[in-house]
Design a protein around this ligand. Structure first.
Ligand code: F6P
Length: 475
């Protein structure tokens, strides 16, 4: 039977060692794992990826235990060595590609040793797929960590059905061209039959890079390379709407909400939830809250910011520095405004189970989602899906892919701090009927274009590209 083989750097399950060295299995963070988490278990589908830790030779038994457990749950683990994690994951993926693609190119490191490891690890993922793949299978590769994999597979399986989706922004040509390995990266992705992005602008930037670097033009997103047609298009990812709506109505969520509310008293609440990342604009958001409290002093003692920061990539230097900056800023603002019975910022540096998050979403009068740059951002969609009574206001950065769909939110430029401050004031004073109207409109869109719709849209499109290639004899 034909299957879908999902390939991504991280598996949806993260394996960790506790302080005794025993293994723990947790859900992975980030949009990709949350987005596709419910799909790979269907039928014989399988997810190829890294379980998030390395094993020394003496841990062979533990490694076998992990393999057995993951395999029984439709996952095929690809193991990385300590040095591959350093050079491929922390290095090329997160110190070269991530900053460049998020327009933080001043943070990017261009090291040949990083690229060599990236190529080697991409080959490792390719080999894992080749071991599994049957001719009828669909191979769906995800994200910036694996840009060389499509072409590596194509070289071995010329007829394979290969899709690639980028979950982060694709930068403008002027930024992308800074990468010494720009040509190799594009050739790698173009091994696919269908290449997907979150937004029309990401797609446009990619096509412009293909035209300027590979000298290949396009016709309405269709390009021809080595006599093979490849389709490029945008597919904005959705969330599992029902999961968030149902969780918001669950008794465990309601009792947590009562508990949290009782401890926080009757005040306005603003919420922000992110992975620790400089692209998320966490430090700027804290400065914005500081300006808000001094510009609108009548809100002192009357509003708190619940700020959840989920630990991420904390072995990478820029992330370590950011953690220190955020800790300092929170301390400074709480010290400046706080009183015996009011804490301006409730800061949590950890992840939370879904019913806690749902309780936060339910309680929040305002969600402040202000990344400097974000492929899509799913937190804003989760907030909207959780607002069963339709009361609440979303403030959303125009630099998040989601802003193209959620035009009923208060859209802001995160660099314009005073604009965001005034948007907070506007959100806090918005009449309830207006809140309900905007929320209902956004809920309708997010419910319709949910994660199931997204998966089907991408895979159906990949099928039709393959059909078209056969008809035209251009595979
Ligand atoms: O959604 C973007 C993404 O980079 C995913 O590829 C990744 O799994 C997630 O964010 C979390 O990042 P990491 O895997 O580095 O913890």
């Amino acid at each position: 039977m034909a299957r879908t083989i999902i390939v991504s750097n991280r598996l949806p399950v993260k394996v960790q060692r506790d302080s005794n060295g025993d293994l723990q299995y947790k859900s992975s963070e980030g949009g990709l794992a949350t987005g596709l988490g419910s799909i790979y278990k269907d039928g014989d589908n399988v997810w190829v990826g890294w379980p998030g830790l390395y094993f020394k030779d003496k841990n062979k038994a533990q490694k076998a235990e992990v393999t057995e457990k993951l395999t029984s749950e439709n996952m095929d683990p690809v193991y990385l060595s300590e040095s591959e994690i350093k050079l491929f994951y922390e290095g090329f993926s997160n110190e070269t590609l991530w900053p460049t693609f998020h327009y933080f190119n001043q943070y990017a490191l261009y090291k040949k040793s990083y690229y060599d490891a990236y190529k080697k690890v991409n080959q490792k993922f390719c080999d894992a797929v080749l071991e599994l793949a049957n001719p009828d299978d669909t191979i769906w590769i995800h994200d910036y960590q694996l840009m060389l994999v499509p072409d590596m597979i194509r070289q071995k399986l010329p007829d394979a059905s290969i899709g690639f989706f980028l979950h982060i922004p694709f930068p403008s040509f002027e930024v992308f061209r800074l990468l010494p390995w720009r040509r190799e990266l594009l050739d790698g992705v173009l091994g696919s039959d269908l290449v997907g992005f979150h937004t029309y602008d990401d797609m446009r930037h990619f096509l412009s890079a293909v035209s300027r670097i590979c000298f290949i033009g396009n016709q309405q997103g269709q390009i021809t390379k080595d006599r093979r047609t490849i389709m490029i298009d945008s597919f904005p990812i959705g969330i599992d709407y029902d999961k968030y709506a149902n969780s918001s109505a669950a008794p465990s969520t309601l009792s947590k909400e009562v508990k949290f509310r009782t401890s926080m008293g009757d005040q306005k609440l603003m919420l922000s939830i992110d992975r620790l990342d400089y692209s998320k604009g966490i430090a700027a958001r804290l400065e914005i809250f500081d300006i808000f409290l001094s510009k609108y002093p009548e809100y002192q003692n009357k509003i708190s910011l619940i700020m959840v920061v989920v630990p991420s990539r904390d072995t990478v230097e820029k992330y370590k520095n950011l953690k220190e900056e955020v800790d300092l800023l929170v301390g400074r603002i709480n010290g400046k405004y706080g009183s015996m019975n009011w804490t301006p910022i409730h800061y949590f540096y950890r992840s939370f189970p879904l019913d806690d998050l749902s309780a936060f979403y339910r309680m929040a009068d305002v969600a402040l989602v202000t990344p400097m740059r974000d492929g899509m951002n799913l937190v804003c969609k989760e907030y909207v899906a959780s607002k069963l009574d339709k009361k609440g206001v979303l403030i959303l950065s125009e630099m998040a892919g989601a802003s193209k769909e959620l035009s009923e939110a208060l859209i802001v430029n995160p660099n314009d701090k005073h604009q965001v401050v005034d948007a907070i004031y506007k959100a806090l004073t918005m009449p309830v009927e207006e809140q309900e109207k905007h929320m209902a409109f956004m809920q309708k869109a997010i419910k319709k274009f949910d994660i199931h719709h997204w998966v089907k849209l991408f895979l159906d499109r990949l099928n039709s590209v393959k059909e078209q290639q056969k008809v035209m004899g251009t595979k």
